[in-house]
Design a protein. Structure first.
Lengths: 167, 248
């Protein structure tokens, strides 16, 4: 009975250890492991006239390297612009005259934000707004523009091309 | 309808009884360890083999479908998300209920039929605390751990098939997983789901077993009910939890 109990304890102990080891290995090897909870982040904001399909937690990249993520997306009730708040690693000093744009990973991939650093010696602080923004390129609008511009050329341009529409 | 409501009420009451009887007791830990051994450790082979073959077939079918779009490198993304979000917790729960839930119900039914539960009461030992509580907590603790093994074996088998049989690149395989599987939204949710399924499966098994008719026939009916009702409950709650967790 005593020996049996000891064997059972060993089996259960080995099982529990192995299970937790497996969980840790899975968490490290097969997930994105958002360990950056401890990294201090600054919050910045930016306004866009159109954000396309930008989602919460889309990556924010500088030169292709992820430095943060989208925290919230909401509508500015007065200017009817999209107000995007982002969280960026606070160790990255972003020049105050940087510009931010919404890009697409690949032709049809997910949206992400790309920051093009400027040259200002001052850097953005927590709560600042990035003023130079470039909205998302909506593929359907591009295509329709291309198609209708092509027709306009054929029909001895009676109507001036509408350049009022901001992309 | 009335019988259905009564069944829900009885099951909920039984859950409360289990929780109330879960207080500290002198031989709670040895009982719990023994039940973890018979419920979880001995389910490991079926979970491992089941997980490996689910991983193999998912990789194979995913590869065939994705190949027509030239996106075969996404096969690990599909494998990881399908496993962590739905298949891992649900299939583990179904295998676990078939393997361990049925034996729990049968054991308790037989204890009832052979008056062991009545004799525990005669000895002033709470039969629920002695027989039901260790089985219940062993399942709640064991299920997420078994789900971890299931997912690990499925991913490992998928990896071996993708890299060595289908000729995909090993780097793309792990990068696809690491880029798309979120630690909290996918991975942790899988184990929360799994613990809930463990609770549901163990609750149905112990409830039907403990309240079985004290006959041989009653035991067999209880075993059937434990597996059928437990599995259905898991599938229903899987939909509810998925709808709650994956809103966006």
């Amino acid at each position: 009975m005593k020996a049996n109990q000891a064997r059972l304890d060993i089996a259960v102990g080995a099982f529990l250890l192995l299970a937790f080891a497996t969980l840790m290995a899975l968490a490290v090897a097969s997930t994105n492991g958002r360990h950056n909870l401890s990294v201090e982040q600054v919050q910045l904001s930016a306004r866009f006239s159109n954000i396309g399909e930008l989602r919460i937690r889309a990556p924010v990249k500088i030169g292709g390297v992820t430095v943060g993520e989208v925290a919230t997306v909401e509508l500015d009730r007065e200017s009817y612009e999209a107000l995007v708040r982002i969280k960026v690693d606070s160790t990255v000093a972003i020049p105050a005259d940087s510009s931010i744009g919404i890009y697409t990973a690949g032709l049809l991939g997910d949206r992400y934000l790309g920051i093009s650093p400027g040259g200002d010696p001052e850097s953005l602080k927590d709560g600042d707004e990035i003023l130079f923004t470039q909205s998302a390129v909506v593929l359907e609008q591009l295509i329709s523009k291309f198609l209708f511009n092509g027709q306009d050329d054929k029909e001895a341009d009676q109507t001036p091309k509408s350049e009022t529409e901001q992309k | 309808m009335r019988a259905f409501l009564v069944a829900i009420g009885e099951t909920g009451w039984f859950l409360l009884t289990i929780l109330r009887a879960s207080g500290p007791r002198r031989d709670f830990l040895p009982d719990l360890l023994a039940q973890i051994y018979s419920v979880a450790v001995r389910s490991l082979p079926i979970i491992a083999v089941g997980g490996a073959f689910v991983g193999l077939v998912l990789t194979l079918q995913g590869y065939r479908t994705l190949a027509s779009y030239g996106a075969t490198n996404s096969v690990s993304t599909m494998l990881g998300l399908a496993l962590y979000r739905e298949l891992g917790p649900v299939l583990t729960a179904l295998l676990f209920i078939g393997r361990a839930g049925s034996s729990m119900a049968a054991e308790l039914g037989l204890m009832k039929a052979t008056d062991q539960i009545a004799s525990l009461s005669l000895m002033a030992i709470d039969p629920i605390a002695k027989t039901v509580v260790p089985r219940f907590w062993a399942a709640v603790i064991g299920m997420p751990l078994l789900c971890g093994f299931f997912c690990a074996f499925a991913i490992l088998a998928g990896y071996l098939e993708a890299v060595y049989a289908l000729g995909l690149d090993a780097g793309f395989f792990w990068a696809g997983l690491q880029n798309s599987v979120d630690l909290y939204d996918d991975f942790v949710v899988a184990f929360v789901k799994s613990a809930v399924f463990g609770l549901l499966g163990a609750l149905m098994a112990t409830h039907t077993g403990f309240n079985a008719e004290p006959t041989i026939e009653g035991t067999s009916v209880a075993t059937t009910h434990a597996v059928v009702n437990g599995s259905l409950l898991v599938l229903v709650f899987n939909f509810i939890l998925s709808a709650l967790f994956f809103k966006s």
